[in-house]
Design a protein around this ligand. Sequence first.
Ligand SMILES: [Zn+2]
Length: 223
Amino acid sequence: MTWRRDVFDAGADLVFPVLCGGCGRPETRWCRRCERMLSDSPIAAHPRVDPGVAVWALGRYRGPHRQAIIAIKEHDRRDLARPLGAALARGVRALASWGELPDADRLLLIPAPTRRLTARRRGGDPVTAVAAYAAPALGGGVRVAPLLMTSAMARDSAGLDARARARNLRGAVRLRTGGEPDRGATAILVDDVLTTGATATESVRVLSENGIDVAAVVVLAAA
Ligand SMILES: [Zn+2]
């Protein structure tokens, strides 16, 4: 039945048509309308669990923000790392121009912790991939530092309320071994979706305990 494979390969675009990752519009992987909607200024977020540093979101978790995040995380749309990375870079630049970041030329983008299994998946962790596109757009002094991981003991936090989430994460976020972080740089914690703020809070705490003071949390979308 090899012909089936040949037909499948030749017709992959017909079977899986090219669609905008933000709105489903055909014939483009990322349309101009979604591009514009991801170009808005960052908004201040105020999660119930307060990490003690400013939290910024590129937008609300709806429309193209939501669709793109679901597509890159769950439907293997790795190509969306580029437009999301560009949007993250624009957001960070805006924050720098507002004086929200002490040293915008030397930044450390620290992806929120991933479960080891997720990080090992094909293409790795989506947030790290997005940050990797943002960093070079921000300049030579900007690095991605995947310093955090969650231990295997942490349950999936979906469905837990804020307090249960915080409890679940206590002791579950850890610094990865190896790799000396650039301690002089301004650290920004980056995540995809902000919900209760529990992950961000625990991450900021663990980094702080290890001598890395996070200047701000920047998420792609706030729920
Ligand atoms: Zn679109």
